[in-house]
Ligand binder design. Structure first.
Ligand SMILES: [Fe+2]
Length: 190
């Protein structure tokens, strides 16, 4: 399940939310959307089989968000280019298109800038999130990346990241975030 943490402008850990309804309510108040789908048997594991398994749920998002295409990104701990990729992912950026992700497996951490600081959203298998176009954000998958996610696009080139170059306070990246979360809540990681 997802966990959401509020951070102030100095990057201080604030409220920790693990209740799905409260996570969603808080994200919606900042223009984002989030939900969970029941995990389904992915068949032979191919993209086609996964798309078929989650057909009804994906159709709902497709209609609502004018999704034109779907692909899949999977990163494993031994990913050779991860250090460079991680530097790009963790640099604050915006997109001309919404960033829509559904986590099939693993863990990922989104940071979204708000008027008063940041929101940190930890996603696990079954979580989906919509970060609207133009919202400043970045993403981390930790020292050893391990996630498998569908990416849904509504614009052909909208996924291209435009770095903001804006400084952010020091915020805990995925490993430190998870350690802190477990210490506070006993939140069990899949
Ligand atoms: Fe992004």
């Amino acid at each position: 399940m997802a966990a959401l943490v509020t951070f102030d402008a100095q990057g201080r850990w604030g409220e920790t939310l693990v209740c799905e309804a409260r996570v969603r309510e808080t994200l919606r108040a900042h223009g984002l959307d989030h939900g969970r789908w029941p995990l389904r048997d992915p068949g032979d594991g191919s993209l086609e089989a996964v798309l078929a398994a989650y057909g009804p749920e994906l159709d709902g998002l497709r209609e609502r968000l004018a999704v034109r295409s779907v692909d899949r990104v999977s990163l494993q701990p031994d990913h050779a280019g991860w250090p460079e990729l991680r530097r790009q992912f963790t640099a604050e950026h915006v997109h001309a298109d919404a960033e829509i992700r559904f986590f099939l497996g693993g863990t990922g951490l989104f940071y979204v800038r708000t008027d008063t600081g940041h929101l940190g959203l930890l996603c696990e298998a079954g979580d989906w999130v919509v970060v609207p176009a133009g919202v400043r954000h970045f993403f981390d998958a930790g020292e050893q990346p391990d996630f498998d996610a569908l990416r849904l696009f509504s614009a052909p080139d909208g996924w291209k990241a435009q770095p903001t170059g804006a400084p952010s306070p020091e915020l805990p990246l995925l490993d430190a975030f998870v350690d802190q979360l477990i210490g506070l809540t006993g939140h069990a990681m899949d």
